[in-house]
Design a protein around this ligand. Structure first.
Ligand SMILES: NC(=O)c1ccc[n+]([C@@H]2O[C@H](COP(=O)([O-])OP(=O)(O)OC[C@H]3O[C@@H](n4cnc5c(N)ncnc54)[C@H](OP(=O)(O)O)[C@@H]3O)[C@@H](O)[C@H]2O)c1
Length: 255
């Protein structure tokens, strides 16, 4: 199956680590022109060098911005459009991963997960309407199943993102802009969330690992594959979906 993503202008938030990085690499591998961000300038430089080495014939641009600041996001999108004259795909991947039940954690999760996504979509929307483009939000199985961090902002805002994305799908369908969510299960990256839990709390890691019926956690590239498919014209009639990519971790049946 050809995804035909060559020369598409793609914007991914949080592309230096984990799932976001795999999404960036997936689009680069398809020949897309990719813009990514994170808050740490040194990580942008290191990731860019690595991407350029691995994908020498593609276009990549990283920016140090904080998605919880709407002015950062809108200025970033303006710079991209000034150069590219278009945007075809936006992927809202960043989360604050706020798992404590404190007022500060709720504020942070709202600012980063929710407002960060809304800012990205609002800034990019005129350009997505012009290109008949695609929006993808990254939620989590924690948006539909109550996880071990409850009560906490993480799952609550992940659920809100699924709802917001479905609203976008419905209201933007007449303009041929599609919006879908990808909800990862447990995705293992050594320097990521689960690698950290493995080192700091082995009992918790083992108990969560045991819930995975495939006997393993997922890989970031398994999430990237779902994102790339949904972004492509092969998914031209798929909008408003929440694609759960979890190796059958969730036991609830989604109708
Ligand atoms: N890993 C899992 O098992 C799992 C499971 C379900 C869902 N997810 C979801 O998948 C997404 C990615 O998770 P991950 O595990 O890959 O995360 P990660 O390894 O912690 O990477 C997060 C990326 O986002 C950047 N970032 C964080 N806050 C930012 C901000 N305010 N502004 C700009 N960039 C920011 C980070 O760089 P800086 O820190 O330098 O800014 C980094 O590049 C999240 O939405 C997460 O909820 C993950």
């Amino acid at each position: 199956m050809h995804l035909n993503l060559r020369d598409k202008t793609v914007v991914v938030t949080g592309g230096t680590k984990g799932i976001g990085r795999a999404i960036v690499e997936g689009f680069l591998d398809e020949g897309s022109r990719v813009y990514f961000c994170c808050r740490t300038g040194a990580d942008i430089s290191a990731a860019t060098s690595s991407f350029v080495t691995k994908y020498p014939y593609t276009f990549i641009s990283g920016s140090a911005i904080d998605v919880s600041k709407p002015s950062d996001v809108s200025a970033w999108i303006s710079r991209i459009v000034e150069y590219e004259k278009k945007i075809d795909v936006v992927v809202s991947n960043v989360s604050s991963i706020s798992v404590t039940n404190t007022p500060e954690a709720w504020e942070t999760a709202y600012g980063t997960d929710m407002r960060g996504t809304v800012s990205l979509v609002q800034a990019a929307l005129p350009h997505l309407e012009a290109s008949k483009g695609s929006i993808i939000t990254i939620s989590s199985v924690s948006g539909r199943d109550i996880d071990f961090t409850a009560p906490s902002p993480y799952g609550a805002f992940k659920a809100a993102l699924i709802h917001y994305t479905a609203q976008l799908a419905h209201t933007l369908a007449p303009k041929s802009v599609r919006a879908n969510t990808v909800s990862p299960g447990n995705i293992y990256v050594e320097d990521g969330v689960w690698g950290g839990i493995e080192k700091s709390n082995h009992a918790l890691f083992s108990s969560q690992m045991a819930k995975n019926p495939m006997g393993r956690m997922g890989k970031p590239e398994e999430i990237a594959a779902a994102v790339l498919f949904l972004a492509s014209e092969r998914a031209s009639f798929i909008s408003g979906a929440n694609l759960v990519v979890d190796g059958s971790l969730c036991t609830g049946v989604q109708f």
